[in-house]
Every structure is written in structure tokens, then in C-alpha cells.
Write a protein that binds this ligand. Sequence first.
Ligand code: 0O2
Length: 231
Amino acid sequence: MKHPESFDQIDQWKSAMFLYSSALKSINTKIEILNNEYVQLYNYSPIEHITSRLKTPESIVKKLKHDRREVTIENMVEYLNDIAGVRIICSFMSDIYPIADMIARQADITVLHVKDYIKYPKSNGYKSYHMVVTIPVYLTDGKRDTKVEIQIRTIAMDFWATLEHKIAYKFEGNPPDNLETELKTCADMVTMLDAKMFSLNQAIMEIGEKQRREREERRQRAMELGEKNQP
Ligand code: 0O2
């Protein structure tokens, strides 16, 4: 019996979303392993936390319509890059590019394109590093390279972006002028806060390093003294 077309579309939708959710699992594990290795090697975790999400059907339809494309599963797969999305939150600005490099170096990941809103922030103050990558999902009949959008930003930037996104959504992209100005002022504060937190962290690390060297010197001196005093 032949399924009605809508049943075929449901199957097509389920298969597509299965791929995206599998790609998210795969990339989350990969990023977690890389972060754990970093902790083991350098005793430092560049990633504060990771969140991931699948774009909602409403949001998919809205974006396709906004881009003036017919709402079809083929167009969704072909033209939308952020159906599977991962957000990596780090503490410091200095963590962003090393994390991006670590991901881009993975042999099975292909970087399709990058939007560097860190180097080139948006006029509203938005700062984040975006990469669209493909990661293979291995199925019984072969592999499917599946697109995932990765956003990397600091905790402070994430705080700002979450509120800004809510406001943009509430006012459908046209917030009142005063809110836009206030948000831009807050974005500048975020930039200052990130710079301050970075320099504070540098100072703390330098103190830690100095203390470590002093302890090592004391240990060395004690050993030399011990050797001298041996009968
Ligand atoms: P949602 O609800 O998070 O999914 P492209 O993907 O390249 O075809 P697009 O979508 O303009 O084109 O790409 P871009 O600029 O990389 O933006 C993708 C996502 O980044 C957005 O997804 C937001 O999550 C985030 N983003 C981009 N600009 C802003 C901004 O000014 N403020 C905030 N808060 N987030 C932003 P969606 O689909 O818009 O939303």
C-alpha cells in the first residue's frame, strides 16, 4: 500500500531530525572529551558548560519563510545551518579561539563557514563566534555528514545575548529605540567586564605560578641542605 504524501513527509521529517539529534550527541561527546583532555594536560577547563538544542518546527518554518523559500524538508536540510545547534560557554575571551581551533582540527569535522562576531561584533553589540560544521553520523547503510552550528561565547556575552534575544523576539526584531540604546550600553559593559575578568585571571595565575616556583625553590634548598648534612 502506498503511503499518502503526508505520511512520506512525516517519515522524511523523522529521519532528518534523527540525523540532527544524533549529530548533536556526537559533537557533544567530542567536545566533552576534548575539554577533559585539556583538564588532564593543563589542569584547566576552557569550557564552562555546553548546551544544545534542535530548532523547533515553528522556528524552522519562520526562518524559511523569512528567507523567502518554500517550506519543504529539502529546503530545510539544504539551506538552514542551525537546525542542530551547540552553544559552548567559556569563562574568558581568551578561551574562544583555542576552543574553535580544537574543534576545527578534528579529522572528521569539516568547517563549512565561520562568522566571527568576536572580531567583528554586530552593530547591536552581539559578540559570539559561530562555526557551521558537518560531522558524520554512521547509520547501518553508511555515513551522513550532518550540519551543526556551534556558537562559542563567554558567560557574560551569553547573559547579554539571552536577554537581547528575548527582547528581539518580543518586539519581533524592532525593539523601541531606548531599549536598543540600553542594550548597546550593556554590550559595552560586557566587553569591559570580559576584559577585566581576563586581566584578573591573568594576575591570579601569575601569583599561583610565583607561589609554585617559590615552593619548588624551598624544596630544592631543603634537599641540598639535607645532602650537605649527611654524615
Ligand atoms: P534561534 O532562535 O537562536 O535559532 P545563516 O545561518 O548563516 O544562514 P543567520 O541565521 O543570520 O544566517 O546566521 P547567524 O548570524 O550565524 O545567526 C545564527 C544564530 O546566532 C541566531 O539564530 C541566534 O541564535 C544567534 N544570533 C545572531 N545574531 C544575534 C543577535 O544579534 N543577537 C542574539 N541574541 N543572537 C544572535 P536565530 O535563528 O536567529 O535564532
